[in-house]
Design a protein around this ligand. Structure first.
Ligand code: 6R9
Length: 566
């Protein structure tokens, strides 16, 4: 029997108090995600249950019980407290998918500080704009990433502490650097968890928009209510499951479901901190007897590409339920997994801003391959006319995906950017920035994004950020960045540039520019192709018309060009 039972029954008189009751929370109580994900599970008699099975390069393994997670997150919280870090301070977690990232996240929350996870492949520029916006007090990182932090010390006076989790302290550190060894530090059995309330800030995730700098999406501790229940009902996490969420906690899926949803449900989860290969992924499922798997379309397409023979080499019979998020999950991928893995991937749609799943396929509900499913119980979703913002009630008419605010995990603000935040709301609706239709059976079908943001392998990249970084290269005069179709990643970054006099277009320069962006921003943001142009198409007011370049890449009609310069 699945946790949700019947979707049709659940939506009838749904109330979020279902989750509040299960978690033993009453309005006005303290609520702290760090406590709920560790101490509470121990109090429920699961102190010795495995919480984390971690595997790194070369097959190195580490295991932690819920009591280990409880004590180690206390230890981290106390360490940060002793440094003078306090509630409300932003603490950045800038690490690979190592145990310190998962457990440190809870430690930061137990202190009442705000966890700011950032993708460890970010270069110094990507890192700097995000730390700058948040005026981050401390960053927890690894030796391999600290050089990127050191590069920006002068520009980051607010950053008082740089904490290395894998440093022996023998070599000299600069005066802002300290080291902390999670497994060897004196264990702190009891820590006074900060009395955070429903509206106390918890997590700050950065997400990219078309224009302007990345936005810091502020979440609160009450988000737990919907993260807990969606993990339980949609991912169907049950007592004996071994759960694997492949997302990196640098992105929202990796925290909402790779930490909070999983551990608040007392689930044993495993983490593979190595790069992708079909063989190593299947081997990991087999070895750990993974039963519930939450992944992304790009990974699934890569598995498809690796072929069906590889699958036969492994015993994947432990798999019980599969789900996906991050980008459109094509019907072929669902059909393939059903045929080859014996189970379909259940698509889920949501965003950094929504904090928890919004439109999903549920265990027990018929899957229509290619559809995102139906709104989660308690979520009021609508499709709005893009011009009038009126609700479209007839099926199969595309429009803007909108939600009525009020679910627990909804973002509460864009950090220091109220103006952009306010623009996300019209007539009492939160506008997601995506388009969809629904059919006569109430199933939702993704149509596309409503902006120029590039979704590459499930990661959002702002064309603006890449364009700005390109302009810092000595050879680049002007730049325009769009998505280009890609078989596996769906979209990849493509750049159009004009060169300054004296620079020669060619492959050598192309590689040099690519590398420049990879280092400055990240491998995700690196253009996979650079096309040299004499001029870029511009409007009469001088704005680059990305739309035309995009249409060219996708073989689409160019559309209205009346505002084109010449
Ligand atoms: C959780 C996460 C959000 C954007 C979203 C949309 C795209 C996510 C999708 C999907 C089609 C799905 N997206 N899930 N598109 N089908 N099932 O991914 O958050 O990084 O903020 O991305 O991703 O465009 O608006 P985030």
């Amino acid at each position: 029997m699945s946790n949700i039972g019947s979707y049709d029954e659940r939506i009838k008189d749904f109330d979020w108090s279902i989750a509040e009751k299960e978690l033993g929370y009453k309005q006005g109580d303290n609520i702290n995600i760090g406590w709920y994900c560790s101490d509470r599970i121990c109090e429920m008699g699961k102190a010795d249950k495995l919480a984390l099975i971690w595997e790194g390069l070369g097959g190195v393994e580490k295991r932690y019980t819920f009591n280990d997670v409880r004590v180690r997150s206390n230890t981290i919280a106390k360490y940060l407290q002793d440094l003078g870090i306090k509630d409300g301070d932003r603490v950045c977690l800038f690490m690979d998918k190592i145990p310190e990232l998962y457990i440190g996240f809870l430690g930061v929350l137990k202190l009442g500080a705000i966890a700011q996870p950032l993708f460890s492949a970010f270069g110094d520029e990507s890192l700097h704009v995000r730390l700058d916006n948040a005026e981050t007090t401390a960053i927890i990182t690894q030796r391999k990433h600290v050089s990127k932090v050191r590069k920006l010390l002068e520009r980051a006076p607010y950053l008082k502490h740089i904490i290395l989790v894998d440093h022996d302290g023998k070599k000299s550190l600069n005066d802002r650097e300290t080291f902390f060894n999670m497994d060897e530090a004196e264990p702190v059995e009891n820590f006074d968890v900060f009395p955070t309330k429903a509206n106390s800030p918890s997590v700050l995730h950065y997400t990219s928009g078309t224009t302007g700098q990345p936005k810091g999406v502020k979440h609160v501790h009450y988000s737990l209510i919907s993260q807990y229940l969606t993990a339980k009902w949609v991912l169907d996490i049950q007592e004996d499951d071994i759960y694997w969420c492949t997302a990196d906690p640098g992105w929202v899926t990796g925290t909402s479901y790779g930490i909070i949803g999983a551990w608040s449900n007392g689930a044993t989860q495993c983490v593979l901190d190595t790069g992708f290969s079909a063989e190593s992924w299947y081997a990991f499922v087999e070895k750990n007897k993974v039963s519930m798997w939450y992944s992304a379309p790009t990974a699934i397409r890569s598995l498809m590409k690796a072929g069906n023979d590889v699958v036969k080499k492994y015993d994947l019979s432990s798999l019980r339920h599969l789900a996906s998020v991050g980008e459109p999950l094509n019907a072929e991928a669902v059909i393939w997994s059903e045929k080859v893995l014996g189970l379909p991937f259940y698509d889920t749609f949501w965003q950094t801003e929504t904090g928890s799943m919004m439109i999903c396929n549920y265990p027990g509900m018929k899957v229509k391959p290619g559809s995102m499913g139906k709104p989660f119980p308690g979520i009021t979703a609508a499709i709005l006319d893009p011009d009038t913002f009126e609700e479209i009630k007839e099926p199969n008419k595309p429009g803007l995906i909108a939600f009525r605010p009020g679910w627990p995990a909804m973002m509460r603000m864009y950090w220091r950017n109220e103006e952009t935040y306010n623009k996300k709301f019209v007539n009492g609706w939160y506008l997601s920035g995506d388009r969809s239709t629904f059919d006569a059976d109430g199933y939702w079908w993704f149509v596309g994004r409503d902006d120029d943001v590039i979704n590459t392998g499930g990661h959002l990249v702002s064309p603006f950020e890449v364009e700005s970084a390109l302009l810092e290269h000595e050879a680049v005069a002007e730049s325009a960045v769009v998505a280009k179709p890609d078989e596996v990643n769906m979209e990849v970054v493509k750049a159009f540039v004009t060169l300054k006099p004296g620079f020669e277009a060619g492959e050598e320069l192309e590689l040099q520019i690519m590398n420049f962006i990879r280092k400055k921003l990240s491998p995700l943001a690196m253009p996979q192709e650079i096309e040299y142009m004499e001029t870029l198409p511009k409007t009469r007011s001088g704005k680059i018309m990305r739309r035309m370049l995009h249409a060219k890449e996708w073989g689409l009609e160019i559309g209205d060009t009346s505002t084109l310069e010449d």
